[in-house]
Design a protein around this ligand. Structure first.
Ligand SMILES: Nc1ncnc2c1ncn2[C@@H]1O[C@H](COP(=O)(O)OP(=O)(O)O)[C@@H](O)[C@H]1O
Ligand code: SF4
Ligand SMILES: [Mg+2]
Length: 246
């Protein structure tokens, strides 16, 4: 069976500075297969950078990092090693917000360039962005991140046309050009991400969720498969209840 080129499992990353301690990555799992373009999408502060660069030892100085779980790149474990220098040629390119702050034309050029590199070099790409609008044209698969956790992941087509997690649905509702009726005012998601320096039980999205159930306050939703959708997974009690009653 084909092995992923980059894979994290149950990854937890706590960051400590003199001022704060933050659980930046909270039991996150994802994998990138050879030659595929995986987009990681989430609001600023959702853990995109720490989750991907943390295991590679590429976080800024002045912050202490405690990493648990597993992270593998090119068949080599990235954790429990002092050098974190990868031997050989792990065929993965990590592009962290490559189009942020660029105008639409240059943004399209950069995305084309990433696609060209992926095809010519036959490498996998991890495309990190806070803008779900940029993934449609380039990525094969999307992982949606919220407070350091993967809340939904599937093919781009599935996530963009049939999202099941309330956070993904909210993200999409705030992107005008992805919606059928583009005259609508973008709705966005009310509220802001919770303080990640306070560890809590329950679903981290409960403070902003219109579909919250009593169980959401007390139990962390686990990542479960969305049946008949192949690789589609989500972590949401309401979505799970709907799937079970369907
Ligand atoms: N150098 C740092 N020192 C302290 N906290 C940090 C540092 N870098 C990131 N964080 C915190 O870790 C969390 C995840 O950040 P990050 O991975 O940079 O988010 P994203 O890339 O999705 O915008 C946030 O709560 C952020 O405040
Ligand atoms: S688990 Fe509950 S609070 Fe969290 S997104 Fe789903 S319905 Fe909303
Ligand atoms: Mg970042």
């Amino acid at each position: 069976m084909t092995q992923p080129v980059f894979q994290i499992e149950d990854l937890v990353i706590d960051l400590y500075t003199e001022q704060v301690s933050v659980r930046a990555v909270d039991t996150a799992s994802l994998s990138v297969m050879p030659g595929e373009i995986l987009a990681i999408v989430g609001e600023s502060g959702s853990g995109k950078t720490v989750m991907t660069l943390g295991p590679l030892g590429l976080l800024p100085e002045g912050v202490s990092v405690d990493i648990r779980g597993s992270a593998v790149c090119g068949g080599q474990s990235l954790l429990n090693r002092s050098d974190r220098v990868l031997a050989g040629n792990p065929r993965v390119l990590i592009a962290d917000e490559p189009t942020t702050a660029l105008d639409a034309t240059v943004q399209a050029q950069i995305l084309e360039l990433i696609k060209d590199i992926q095809q010519q070099e036959d490498i996998a790409v991890v495309l990190i962005t806070h803008d779900i609008g940029v993934v449609a044209s380039v990525a094969d698969r999307v992982a949606v991140l919220y407070t350091g956790r993967v809340v939904e992941s599937s093919t781009v087509a599935q996530v963009l046309t049939a999202p099941v997690h309330p956070y993904t649905q909210g993200l999409l509702a705030s992107v005008p050009n992805l919606r059928a009726n583009s005259n609508e005012v973008p709705k966005g998601i009310p509220g802001s991400s919770p303080d990640q320096s306070r560890l809590r039980t329950g679903c981290p999205f409960d403070t902003r969720c219109s579909r919250m159930l009593p169980v959401c306050a007390t139990q962390r939703p686990a990542l479960i498969p969305v049946p008949e959708d192949g690789i589609h997974v989500t972590a949401c009690h309401a979505a799970q209840a709907e799937l079970e009653s369907a």
